[in-house]
Design a binder for this molecule. Sequence first.
Ligand code: SF4
Length: 405
Amino acid sequence: MEYLGHWGDRPLTISLKPNGLTVSLQHSGRADVYSFDAAGRLWTALHEGVSYRRGLNGKVIAKWKTAGRDRDRRWLTVEESDALLARANHWLCELLEEVHAGQPNLSPAIPAPIIAALETARRFDLHLAHQDALAFAQVYRPVGILPPDQYMALTLQATEGCSFNTCTFCDFYRDRPFRIKTPEEFQAHARAVKDYLGAGLTLRRTIFLGDANALVVPMRRLVPLVEIVHREFDVEQLGGIYAFLDGFSGERKTRQEYSRLVSLGFKRVYLGLESGHDPLLQFLKKPGSAADCVAAVRAMKDAGLAVGVIVLLGAGGRQYAAPHVRDTVRAINAMELDMDDLIYFSELVESEGMAYVTAAYQAGLKPLTPAERARQAEEIESQLRFSAIGGTPHISRYDIREFVY
Ligand code: SF4
């Protein structure tokens, strides 16, 4: 249902869908836009040319275009996030005051279903937003990372942490040991997530089985967990199941096992190839080899699973750059990817205390500049070859600094 009208002399547009509400008010040639899920949570906003994305954990990232650079971003402080929520809520209060006063300045009148949705969003005030973020933290361990096309997934944590936790460039799961949930625990988690999201579940587009590499779980333990997902949620309606399989060592799944996962609703698996160059993988302390990753991808593709392959730009600096490009091209070309698949170029993000930074310093590696990393992606991409029949995978950037859940 769409409302196109005016509030005074300002154009007002309200769009009500089963998955949420978007309200847009034009003023001085600009639009203020706020979007809420069906439970009333603010999740995106546009104000004075800056776009905001609010995660379920209450954190807000702001992004804007700059003159010289493509775009910029930063995380808001708690005070700034509160100010954004308060502004959206104030705005809804004013609009609903207008409605309750008989809509004298609104033309045409706003229909009742949209008013009900506006009331739901208005009730999600600062106090409720803080409570909601606390409730999120009760239901989830921090969601370390998701692939960019999965930021709107319904995440279910069948495991916690990473079974490897050795990769020097990755700090996502350092704070927790790896463990697989029991079926009882996982069922309780799935129900708690469902209760927590409430009507907001309609905004979730897929199911992501977390954490880092849930598919490392042996089939005899994985299948009962996936069956719980089916008991608690309509998997097909939610767009199927997605997961990471990261790091290759220990037990490996067969083509038949991947076929079983397809029959259980799995659609795509994301693999951190990072590099096709084995000495670089060893330097990064990434378990397994490029050949292991290629073999896993081919078994998955054979079984009917799509894949998302992640390449780490800038890994190993200048010293590794040439073999990194050469062998990564070779590995990806051997995967025989097609239009169902994704390739992500993820820039190495160094931070203080990260094991990679120390190792790179000790090895005397010269880091690539951001421009050189971007060129590395172009170099790899220009040498990738795909079959005319299967088509070309979607290739895009993956900036882990922008991850929000
Ligand atoms: S296997 Fe993946 S999640 Fe685990 S430490 Fe390595 S990069 Fe991080």
